[in-house]
Design a protein around this ligand. Sequence first.
Ligand SMILES: [Zn+2]
Length: 187
Amino acid sequence: MIARANHRVSYPARIQLVAAMNPCRCGMAGEPGYRCARGERCRTEYQARISGPLLDRIDLRVEVPAVSATDLIRPAKSEASASVAMRVARAREIQRERFETAGADGALTNAQCPPSLIETVAAPDQAGLALLQDASEKLGFSGRAYHRVLKVARTLADLDGSETVSRIHLAEAISYRMDSQRMANAA
Ligand SMILES: [Zn+2]
C-alpha cells in the first residue's frame, strides 16, 4: 500500500522472503571453540541491526553451522528433494481442502488464513496451549507473532498428517522464533 497526499494505491503482492546473515560482525560466533575478539557484543550488536518489527515478520529463523571442507567431501545422507516435495504437496492439499470447507475467501494455505479462522483451525490441544501461553509471556510475542506461531504449528501438523496441533508442533514453531542465546537460556 503506497499512500501519498492525494492518492492511495494498493498493489497486489505475495512474496516469500528468504534471507541470510552472518551470526556476528566477524562471522564466527557459534563456531565450536571460537570466541569473538569483541566478546558477546560481537553477536548482540550485529544482530540488533535488524529491527524488531522486521524480525517479527520472519517466521522461520534457523541457525546453520558453517560448512567445512569435510562436509563437502563426504556429504551426510539427507532426504531426497523429491520426497520432501511430495510431503509438501500433501500438506498443501490438506490446507486447500480445509479452507474450501471453511469457506475462507481465497485462502489456499495456512499463511493466508485470516487470524480469526486460524485460532479455530489451529486450536492446540491442552498441553500445546499451555506451552504457547508460557512462551508468549516469556518471549513477549506480539499479536502478529502469536498468530504466526499458530500458522507454522498448523503447517507442521499438516506435514505430520496430524489433525491435532499438539505440543510438539508448537514447540517446533516457537523454536523458529527464538535466537540461539534465548534458546540456551530457556533450556
Ligand atoms: Zn564475532
